[in-house]
Structures are given as structure tokens and as C-alpha cells.
Design a protein around this ligand. Structure first.
Ligand SMILES: NC(=O)c1ccc[n+]([C@@H]2O[C@H](COP(=O)([O-])OP(=O)(O)OC[C@H]3O[C@@H](n4cnc5c(N)ncnc54)[C@H](OP(=O)(O)O)[C@@H]3O)[C@@H](O)[C@H]2O)c1
Length: 244
């Protein structure tokens, strides 16, 4: 009997906030893998703010393609276990990552580049970590934080780094990477609970940007200014470093 699996599709592009009504859950037949393909049972998949940019008829220029309506959503980082393999280098039981998420089963072409290479089918090393870590610190979020600090900025250590949205997925990794590489980290977040966590658990000098004046709060913690701004938010917050 043919295997079936559920997948999530975009029913309509959201106007404003995203709602469950914008999606539909569909049961579909799962094809057998062809030569060079593997069948993966997905176990963890990613839900990122960046997906919102693709939930519209045309994604921004230079970004990943818009999700089509009424079809499986490709290009979402996902971790799973190989069920059947017709590709060299992959065997049933291997834990892999790929980019065909938001569905229970995916037939993946081994070697086909996905998400500019980040999502190409890859067997994961689980010696010292859990599979889902490859969707966070060891995946796109960690890469974004690391590349922003060390590739774009070439952080040298001994600098004062301000991270906005610092309690978020990328921001909290940027805080930790900057601290581990010997920098002083000033972190802003939107609730007192987040500020406490940033201070007590991550060792940052944190403040709530919603309380008082942002420039004054930042100036109080870093009166000599900041060397590096790791920007996760845009808008008025991001204009501040240009004026200080
Ligand atoms: N996740 C990824 O793999 C990835 C990859 C590349 C780029 N990015 C980009 O990195 C940014 C952060 O992503 P994320 O995954 O870390 O998101 P996240 O975990 O959802 O964190 C986002 C946080 O931003 C804060 N925020 C929202 N609006 C704000 C505003 N107007 N001013 C100040 N803070 C605001 C909120 O925290 P507060 O309560 O503290 O305000 C929110 O929780 C996004 O722009 C995303 O597109 C993410």
C-alpha cells in the first residue's frame, strides 16, 4: 500500500499578520525515491521570521523565492531520518538536514543545491548534540549570528557590541558568540523578563528598549559609545547608531 503523509500548503498570502487560515494541511501520497534520491521522515522543521518575506506573490529581490499557493513549501530548513535511500552515501537511519520542510515525508535529491547550499541534503554528526540543534545554533540562525559578527564585521575582541532583539533566536546567539570571543555586550529586548535572562543567563549588560528613551538607555550603559551594532530589527532602532 502506498505511504501517505501530511504537508502544509499556503492557501492565501496573508494580508498583515499571519493566521492559521492562510494555510491548509493536506494528506498526499508519498512517492518512492528514484535513483539519486532519498526518502526522509521529517522530525524537526524551522519556523522563522524570514518565511514571512516569502508569503507574498513576489519575494523581495535577491531573496529566496515566494512560496507558491496550493503546493508544498520548498526551501525551509528541516531535520529528519532517512527511511529509504537510492543515493550513494545515505542509508536508512541516517539523520540528515535538507530544505523540504513543513511536511511529514520528503523525497530529496542528494547533491541538489538547496537554499544556496545551506539546505543541501547533509548527514549530521550527532556525537555531541541533538538533531534539532542543527536548526538553531548549528544552522541558519547560528550562521547568521556568526557571519554578521565575524565575517561582515570581523570582530576583534575587546570591543563593545550592541545587539538588538537580543533575546530572539539570532540575537541571543549573537550575544553568546560576541561574549565568547572576548567582547563586552550590550543587549536590548522588549520585556523585563527577557532583560533578566540576558543579564543572568547570558552575561550581557541588558536594558528594556521599551522603557524610557532608547538613546539615553544605551548611553547610560555605554557612555563611550559602541564599536559594533548587530541589527536584527531595522526601523528607528537601527538609525540610532548612525547618530551616536
Ligand atoms: N532565524 C534565522 O535563521 C534568520 C536568518 C537570517 C536573518 N534573520 C533575520 O534576523 C532577524 C531576527 O530573527 P530571529 O529569528 O532572531 O527572530 P525572533 O526570534 O522572532 O526575534 C525577533 C524579536 O525582534 C524583536 N522585535 C520585533 N520588532 C521590534 C522592533 N520594532 N524593535 C525592536 N525589537 C523588535 C522582538 O523581541 P522584543 O520583545 O525584544 O522586542 C522579537 O521577539 C529577523 O529580521 C530575521 O529575518 C533570521
Amino acid at each position: 500500500m502506498m505511504r501517505t503523509g501530511r504537508e502544509i500548503r499556503v492557501r492565501a498570502y496573508p494580508a498583515g499578520s499571519v493566521s492559521p487560515d492562510d494555510f491548509e494541511l493536506v494528506e498526499v501520497p508519498v512517492p518512492r525515491p528514484g535513483p539519486g534520491q532519498v526518502l526522509v521522515r521529517n522530525t524537526w522543521t524551522s519556523v522563522d521570521p524570514g518565511l514571512r518575506l516569502r508569503l507574498r506573490p513576489d519575494a523581495p529581490s535577491g531573496y529566496f523565492a515566494a512560496f507558491p499557493l496550493g503546493r508544498a513549501m520548498d526551501g525551509i530548513m528541516t531535520v529528519g531520518e532517512v527511511v529509504e535511500s537510492r543515493a550513494e552515501g545515505f542509508a536508512p537511519g541516517d539523520v540528515v538536514w535538507h530544505a523540504q520542510g513543513w511536511r511529514e515525508y520528503a523525497v530529496v535529491d542528494a547533491g541538489a543545491e538547496q537554499l544556496s547550499g545551506l539546505g543541501t541534503l547533509t548527514r549530521l554528526d550527532l556525537d555531541e548534540c541533538e538533531p534539532q540543534w542543527y536548526l538553531g545554533p548549528l544552522g541558519g540562525m547560528g550562521l547568521t549570528a556568526y557571519a554578521g559578527l565575524h565575517v561582515v564585521d570581523a570582530l576583534r575582541g575587546g570591543e563593545t557590541v550592541w545587539v538588538s532583539a537580543a533575546a530572539g533566536a539570532v540575537g541571543s546567539l549573537a550575544v553568546q558568540i560576541a561574549r565568547l570571543t572576548g567582547n563586552r555586550v550590550v543587549a536590548s529586548a522588549g520585556t523585563d523578563e527577557k532583560v533578566d535572562w540576558l543579564r543572568d543567563s547570558l552575561g550581557a549588560e541588558a536594558f528594556n528598549y521599551r522603557v524610557g528613551n532608547l538613546g539615553a538607555s544605551l548611553g547610560g550603559i555605554a557612555p563611550d559609545g559602541i564599536d559594533v551594532y548587530f541589527d536584527s530589527v531595522g526601523g528607528p532602532t537601527s538609525r540610532l547608531p548612525c547618530h551616536t
